[in-house]
Design a protein around this ligand. Structure first.
Ligand SMILES: Cc1cc2nc3c(=O)[nH]c(=O)nc-3n(C[C@H](O)[C@H](O)[C@H](O)COP(=O)(O)O)c2cc1C
Length: 306
């Protein structure tokens, strides 16, 4: 039987298949047939300090091989998250990573400190410096190496838990940001968030999404995500969590070969919230059939042409 255990920082996950932020809610209101204990981890939807209602509709639209979204970080805010959601995680047989988003450095720190101030089963944070759907913070930070570095340096002072930084692909050179957050103390990098895109309704002549620009996700972005993960893996030595268009175990193997230590399943959950669990089983069978003892034997093993 293949060993799927996955280590990031000091934390061991039962396997390298996680859910991606914003595509699995807080993990608390899923249908009964969804068994979260099969997942390596759940990454919560982004949490901000104050509750947010997000952007007006339409904020989701399907595209060929993907979708556009401009949710605008709708969430219940950190205080309600602590009161109503965190206690539920006691019953979860999987690791929980809280994704944090904000408009200012100070607000990121405030959210993190609120969660740090309670005793909980949260094992770490994914810092979203890459949201394309908010006016302030988010991607503004994620495209600037110095701003990103300052934020991670500050957050590092307030937690010993896992600090994962989620990068945006909407940059000229993603490796600059990756190196900056590694030097600032990040334990891992997750990549990628959505790519800025747009749709147009030719009946109304209006943008398909209320906010005009939105984030493209799904299989359409997988080749871009793979290239970014591969480039980052050559630039840093901390683990990378690959995200972007994964729908089956073959896609996971691609990300591992490109240099990812773990992956997150996003848009595929909207079609089937069991997508991650199915992929865990598929990956297990594939590795068993290939007589691979530990999945990590594939990490970074891409064979380049001479
Ligand atoms: C509907 C929707 C909501 C999302 N919300 C968030 C969010 O709140 N925070 C975040 O960091 N990423 C968010 N994302 C981005 C995903 O976590 C992921 O990085 C991206 O969709 C690429 O992966 P995929 O192609 O597998 O979906 C969202 C994506 C979708 C489709």
């Amino acid at each position: 039987m293949t060993d799927l255990t996955c280590k990031i920082g000091s934390i061991e996950f039962k396997n390298p298949i996680f859910t991606a932020s914003g595509t699995f809610g807080y993990g608390n209101d899923l249908p009964e047939f969804v068994d979260v204990s099969k997942l390596g981890a759940i990454v919560t939807k982004s949490i901000t300090y104050e509750p947010r209602i997000g952007n007006p509709p339409p904020r989701i639209v399907e595209t060929p091989s993907g979708m556009l979204n401009s949710i605008g970080l709708a969430n219940i805010g950190v205080k309600r998250f602590i009161k109503d959601i965190i206690p539920i995680y006691k019953n979860f047989d999987t690791k929980i990573i809280v994704n944090i988003a904000s408009s200012t450095n100070n607000e990121y720190v405030k959210v993190l400190k609120e969660i740090e101030s309670i005793s909980s089963d949260i094992i770490g944070y994914e810092i979203n410096i890459s949201c394309p759907n908010v006016e302030h913070g988010g991607m503004e930070l994620g495209v600037d190496a110095e701003l990103s570095s300052n934020l991670i340096t500050e957050l590092r002072k307030h937690t010993e838990k896992l600090l994962i930084v989620k990068l945006t692909p909407n940059v000229t050179d993603i490796t600059k940001i990756a190196k900056a957050v590694e030097s600032a103390g990040a334990d891992a990098i997750s990549a990628i968030n959505t790519i800025v895109g747009m749709g147009i309704d030719i009946k109304t002549h209006k943008p398909a999404i209320y906010k005009t620009y939105a984030g493209l996700s799904g299989p359409a972005i997988k080749p871009i995500a793979l290239a970014m993960v591969h480039k980052i893996s050559k630039a840093v030595s901390i683990p990378i969590i690959g995200i972007g268009g994964i729908v089956n175990f073959e896609n996971v193997v691609e990300f591992l070969l490109a240099g990812a230590t773990a992956v997150q399943i996003g848009t595929a959950n909207l079609r089937n919230p069991n997508a991650g669990m199915i992929i865990v089983d598929e990956l297990n069978n594939y590795l068993d059939d290939s007589r691979i003892m530990h999945y990590s034997e594939l990490i970074g093993k891409l064979k380049l042409y001479e």
